[in-house]
Write a protein that binds this ligand. Structure first.
Ligand code: SF4
Length: 91
């Protein structure tokens, strides 16, 4: 299986928290009430468009979160060639 990366477009995030429920190791709210991805050290990446590697054991959770995200703002890409796997740009 190819490695995946994920990022969140906070401009469209509704703050409902579905992603945080699905994969709290990957997504977390900041004080602004919007969801951000976390680095391996648990630090929130606040810069727009910040990407993190999707942990192998959370692939399905992250893909499901992207598919069901009410804001349609979770972008999951294949790391190797940047092809969208789930989210608004995926087929
Ligand atoms: S599921 Fe989507 S809209 Fe909801 S908090 Fe997560 S990123 Fe924001």
């Amino acid at each position: 299986m190819s490695a995946l990366e994920v990022w969140v477009d906070q401009d469209l995030c509704t703050g409902d928290g579905l992603c945080v429920q699905y994969a709290p190791e990957v997504f977390e709210f900041d004080v602004d009430g919007l969801a951000y991805v976390k680095g391996p050290d648990g630090e929130l990446l606040l810069a727009p468009g910040s990407r993190v590697d999707v942990p192998e054991h959370l692939r399905l959770e992250v893909i499901d979160a992207a598919k069901e995200c009410p804001g349609d703002c979770i972008h999951v890409h294949r790391a190797a060639d940047d092809v969208p796997v789930a989210g608004p740009n995926a087929d």
